[in-house]
Ligand binder design. Structure first.
Ligand SMILES: [Zn+2]
Length: 145
């Protein structure tokens, strides 16, 4: 693991954090700069830089932990729902894979702020993107059930 990974330091207790869940394979803690209070990060305890490097058996488990935290946000925070997100390399501020779980409330303003949308020029352009993705997916292994 690289020296100075702040998430490893949180795991090892040398950097303080507000721990939300301490599981055998995962650690969940509050993001220090939350989108909304209660915004939680879930990371594998073992240092893994990117989603592509995450061991297969932890991929689904990471999302399962995210679901669990999202469910806890309703009674704990009065949230109406949650937004789950994972920046893979681009915009990934710490090179240790982590899932964001952001508590949501209706009319909280996140939609326009965080999720700008655009249209395809036409159906042909959309089909070109779909075709490129289908071809690339055909060359990748399927997840283990
Ligand atoms: Zn790390």
């Amino acid at each position: 693991m690289p020296a100075g990974c702040v998430f490893d330091q949180i795991r090892d207790g040398t950097v303080p954090a507000h721990i939300v869940a301490d599981e055998p394979d995962f650690l969940a803690f509050l993001d220090v700069r939350p989108v909304f209070p209660g915004h939680t990060l879930i990371m594998p305890r073992r240092h893994v830089a990117t989603l592509g490097e995450l061991p297969e058996h932890l991929v689904g488990a990471l999302f399962g932990q995210g679901r669990r935290v999202a469910q806890a946000m309703r009674p704990a925070l009065g949230a109406h729902g949650a937004f789950l997100a994972l920046n893979d390399e681009v915009s990934q501020s710490v090179a240790h894979v982590h899932l964001h779980v952001v508590p949501r409330r209706r009319k909280d303003g996140l939609r326009g702020f965080f999720w700008p949308r655009q249209a395809y020029a036409d159906d042909g352009q959309a089909e070109g993107f779909a075709d490129a993705l289908r071809q690339a997916l055909a060359g990748l292994p399927r997840p283990v059930p």
